[in-house]
Design a binder for this molecule. Sequence first.
Ligand code: ATP
Length: 347
Amino acid sequence: MKIGILEGNGIGPEIVAATKKVLEACDLGFEWVHVPIAQEAVELYGTEVPEQSLDLLRELKVAIKGPMSVEKMKGRILLTRKDGTSHIYPSNNNAIRQELNCFACPRPARGIPGISGRYENMDVVIIREISEGIYSAIEHRIQGDLASEAVKLITRAGAERICRWAFEYAIQNHRRKVTCSHKANAISLTDGLFLETFRRVAKDYPEIESEDLMVDATAYYLVKDPKRFDVIVTMNQYGDILSDLCAGLIGSLGLGAGANIGQECAIFEACHGSAPDIAGRGIANPTSLILSAVMLLRHIGRPDMADKVEQAVRAVLTEGRTITRDLGGTATTEEFTGAIIDKLRLS
Ligand code: ATP
């Protein structure tokens, strides 16, 4: 099977290489297809997110992507399509998701014995909506530089699509409850529409418990009593923030797995950014992307192999002998990856 590979930048190439090695150890005959993006794509096709790469991803349907840095306060890209139409996106990451109609971003945070301290029993999946919300790149300056405003778009159709996806995810993954996280008291129209839609969709799933909670209260209870949560469905920005929080609670951003799912394509990527502060030093924790690859294995119908890889990763982490610096160890990315592969071969 062919799998698209987007290397990303910063620690991207290091954690992508580690993930490829683990997947190769599964002996499933994966064939890697390099997908040019960002600077490399500019040199080849004159644009950061070229149609050629998007078409390749549509054809492959499944890809692994390393993180790509976004320049702060400048992060906007103009994407021109083959038909001459164009669109402004806040980042390359966002452009890829939007152009491929990815809308659901599941981000599991499962505590690890020996690593996650009082959060070792945490088991929460954040379902982040990634096609709407405040990351619209529609921003305006008002009266010169005196003020500025940003557009937060929530549509009934977009809210319905993600809420339904969250309930279906709960059923398929034997989960008991879906919580909608919002701020409908302060942002009554957009968040209100999301909440209203959630409540309507929830009625179609009486077998799954449902509740809603303000996003600030969600953050509080995630820290205080994470066991009250199971699946959390939320808008783009809240999902972005809450999933980093969850990764931090279980031990490190380097543990935060994720995926961008749509009808056309599924791209598996970590929840963190490109970590420029540790890039090129061989010390990044690749668990985030390896666990994203576990989601890929489930997605392509290999839950058996997904379970094996996940168990190998968790066993190496729990043993604590070969763990990376972000978790208090001294292992390099390569040593940690080697320990997972050794464990996998023994299973
Ligand atoms: P970007 O500009 O791409 O968003 P950033 O540094 O602002 O990068 P992150 O990349 O998410 O944001 O990193 C936040 C912190 O978490 C950094 O200190 C980084 O080193 C650390 N971190 C992120 N991912 C990992 C990882 N896989 N392994 C170890 N540390 C990580």
